[in-house]
Write a protein of this length. Structure first.
Length: 288
């Protein structure tokens, strides 16, 4: 049976290697983790042996992982102290991700609420350049599209592509596409392929490195980022089946950030995604 890079966000409470084991026990071949306290920008000391064990376990079992930067990270922050702490924190995240063998570190597109929106973009470019000037590893920073809930920036593919293009190190930047954010922003309503054509023409899909596969509790364009069990929200099964038929999506880790099931895992949702992936592949091969 063909295996896909599907999985969910898992805890590192028992270490990086155990996080990988947890992912595999759920039937996953991909997972996401916070490399440190998700509520803090502090720089974390970590056990390189544990991280190396995670890397080896993933290599032996065909697992792909991604890290997620802490919530306080804001690429568009104007306050110098916050910006400096963000840069130090991101470099730390990249180091941990590299030791764990992860593809990259997901970071939300910046949020800026000042009157000069261009300053927000300038802040982002400065933060990305300052971070990546200190980084020579393989792990990338993976910019995630915004839902529009906190600020009307980072929702469009044109913005994602231009930020990457204007940075000094575009080769060190990839993208993580969040389906709930894409839906909540109104860029995607679950039908049509206009959004995909734009994502491809801007080069975003060429740099796609990961997907957050999340259903939405609220309708398209609501700008409310609330996740629902996969296939049971406003996006729904049919839209996800079409989404999972996209070639670029099928070639990167697909990670759930949806609610956990009664047993505290994402096992049934991962199984569901794998079934959709197989059925979609069979349909494509048969020409349906």
């Amino acid at each position: 049976m063909k295996m896909y890079w599907t999985g969910s966000h898992v805890s590192i409470g028992k270490g990086f290697r155990e996080a990988a084991r947890t992912a595999l026990s759920q039937g996953g071949r991909a997972f996401q983790y916070f490399p440190k306290n998700p509520r803090s920008l502090s720089v974390k000391s970590f056990d390189p042996g544990d991280a190396a064990g995670c890397r080896l376990f993933c290599e032996q079992n065909g697992i792909v992982s991604i890290a997620h930067a802490p919530y306080p990270v804001n690429l568009a922050a104007s306050d110098k102290d916050q910006a400096d702490r963000t840069i130090a924190s991101l470099v730390n995240d990249l180091v941990i991700a590299e030791h764990c063998g992860s593809a990259g570190v997901v970071v939300h597109f910046g949020i800026y609420k000042g009157s000069d929106i261009l300053q927000g973009y300038r802040n982002m470019i400065h933060c990305l350049d300052s971070t990546l000037a200190q980084w020579e590893g393989k792990a990338k920073l993976l910019i995630e599209n915004n839902s529009g809930e906190h600020a009307l920036m980072g929702m469009t593919f044109e913005e994602l592509a231009q930020i990457r293009q204007l940075c000094r190190y575009p080769e060190k930047i990839g993208f993580c596409l969040d389906t709930c954010h894409l839906f909540a922003s109104g860029i995607w309503d679950g039908t049509g392929e206009d959004w995909l054509e734009t994502a491809r023409s801007t080069g975003v899909m060429d740099a796609l490195t990961a997907v957050h596969l999340n259903d939405s509790r609220y309708p398209s364009g609501s700008r409310r980022d609330r996740h629902q069990f996969i296939g049971e929200g406003e996006i729904g099964e049919d839209a996800f089946r079409r989404f999972l038929s996209i070639g670029e999506v099928r070639n990167v880790p697909i990670v759930l950030e949806t609610p956990r099931e009664a047993d505290g895992t994402h096992s049934n949702q991962i199984k569901k995604i794998n079934e959709w992936m197989r059925q979609t592949e069979n349909d494509m091969e048969s020409g349906d």
